[in-house]
Design a binder for this molecule. Structure first.
Ligand code: C2E
Ligand code: CA
Ligand code: CA
Ligand code: CA
Length: 279
């Protein structure tokens, strides 16, 4: 009896595994196709100034939109892109499209700052700064309109090389945001050793800050630290009026979250916030 149970269990896991592998292969095909067809979709989530509630810019968030309209989120394919090395092409395409969007806004006489997520592997590529410089040149935008969001783990790879790349990027005029702060193996000394301009408070702290004193205390400490280092503070994952009020009261500069606006397809963002034409 125990034998047959074991067999059932085995076949259950095996089907599961088969399913997972199938899913992975399908996803890789979709990802390769989207990259080859230059059809990755950029969604933009506005960042608001806590003081005047004006939009100062947006975060660029990649999606795959299938022909039937189904939207696949980045959590489904970014890890895969990193494993397969497709992240380099993906990242270049996201940067290219994000900078083209900035140029399109500039044509409407609107300045918008767009923050693009950069994966660890991209930062580990010694040619990355040149690649970014070339995209800025070819799209004709101001480097100061572009921000790059890097994670703590991306900074952990090769200290010297990563710092050199970040210095090269900032000397172009690009600003650098440290994303997901506090969720990785952060060493506070990093905050001084890398050229950083913005610190993003991770959504996981914001979610709990009104329920748990500890989460509130952590956010307070992060804000004080960032302020004393002269960094701009962006809070993400603001879902309620109460989150908004607490973060504003603490002195955060910018915020983003479903409470204000969900990420919008690039064209919808353009129509809603940029275009001067009546629609
Ligand atoms: P992230 O950089 O931390 O981006 C914030 C995520 O939180 C986004 O998820 C955004 O849609 C979501 N979000 C924003 N406001 C709220 C809110 O109020 N509540 C909740 N629950 N979520 C909110 P998304 O778009 O699914 O992206 C997930 C992650 O995928 C990003 O996390 C980022 O790490 C990665 N990613 C997205 N686009 C790119 C890209 O172009 N390149 C790379 N390397 N990674 C990307
Ligand atoms: Ca981000
Ligand atoms: Ca984040
Ligand atoms: Ca995150």
């Amino acid at each position: 009896r125990s034998k047959s149970k074991g067999k059932d269990t085995f076949s259950f896991f095996s089907k599961d595994l088969q399913h997972a592998m199938h899913h992975r292969v399908e996803m890789e095909i979709k990802l390769r196709q989207a990259i080859e067809n230059n059809s990755l979709a950029i969604y933009l989530q506005p960042k608001y100034d806590f003081n005047n509630k004006e939009i100062t810019g947006a975060e660029s968030l990649v999606r795959i939109v299938e022909e039937n309209g189904n939207v696949i989120g980045p959590d489904e394919f970014i890890p895969l892109a990193e494993e397969t090395g497709l992240i380099h092409q993906l990242g270049r395409q996201v940067l290219q499209k994000s900078c083209e969007f900035i140029a399109r806004c500039n044509n409407e006489h609107q300045d918008v700052k767009v923050a693009v997520n950069v994966a660890a592997k991209q930062l580990a590529n010694p040619g990355f700064a040149d690649e970014v410089a070339e995209i800025i040149r070819s799209t004709g935008i101001e480097a100061s309109s572009l921000e790059l969001e890097v994670t703590e783990s991306a900074l952990m790879h090769d200290f010297e090389q990563t710092r050199d790349i970040l210095i090269a990027l900032t000397s172009l005029g690009i600003t650098i945001a440290l994303d997901d702060f506090g969720t990785g193996y952060s060493s506070l000394s990093y905050l001084r050793q890398f050229p950083l301009h913005v610190l993003k408070i991770d959504r996981s702290f914001v979610i709990d800050m009104d329920k748990e004193q500890q989460a509130h205390d952590i956010v307070t400490a992060i804000v004080h630290l960032a302020l004393s280092l002269g960094l701009t503070i962006v809070a993400e994952g603001i879902e309620t009026q109460s989150h908004f009020n607490s973060l504003k009261a603490l002195g955060c500069h910018l915020g983003q979250g479903y409470f204000m606006c969900r990420p919008l397809a690039m064209n919808d963002f353009f129509i809603q916030f940029i275009s001067n034409e009546e629609v």
